[in-house]
Design a protein around this ligand. Structure first.
Ligand SMILES: [Zn+2]
Length: 152
């Protein structure tokens, strides 16, 4: 048995997204439409974390994130861990890897970018540089640090 202190209610089956940087939990709930599944979602904000000061945690009953969703998650919370829960135990930890490109999720900060005027979906190429996640816009070819790019 794990002696990990449970700050929020344990779930029987589903997904626990742990080690989300504090403050990112709400963006993840919204971006991944986690409330739309109709499942019970338990969220903890600003919980004490041994390694990172404080963290957010999200538990979703009866839902498993697919690999694509897990990789998109890496753009919001690269240090997060995705635990698959079955019968109150962690049966799998998903390893997050950044996707090579991402569409729809973010909006290009360049106001003159062609992605704004036309009915096109945004598209960014993702790369890791000096420990920072960077997004290069497909349309205007400008590169931004992830934090500078707002959600669409
Ligand atoms: Zn652009």
């Amino acid at each position: 048995m794990s002696h990990t202190k449970l700050s929020v209610e344990a779930i029987k089956d589903g997904t626990v997204i742990d080690h989300i940087p504090a403050g990112q939990g709400l963006a993840i709930l919204r971006q991944f439409k986690l409330l739309d599944y109709g499942s019970a979602v338990t969220v903890g904000f600003n919980l004490p974390s041994k390694n990172h000061g404080s963290k957010d945690i999200i538990k979703i009953t009866g839902v498993q994130l697919d690999d694509e969703a897990a990789n998109r998650l890496a753009l919001f919370a690269p240090t997060a861990t995705v635990n698959v829960i079955a019968d109150f135990s962690v049966v799998k930890k998903k390893h997050l890897t950044l996707p090579e490109k991402i569409s729809e999720v973010f909006r290009c900060p360049n106001r003159n970018c062609a992605s704004h005027g036309e009915p096109v979906t945004s598209l960014f190429y993702v790369r890791q540089n000096d420990g920072q996640t960077k997004l290069k816009c497909h349309y205007c070819e400008k590169t931004y640090v992830r934090e500078a790019v707002a959600e669409a």
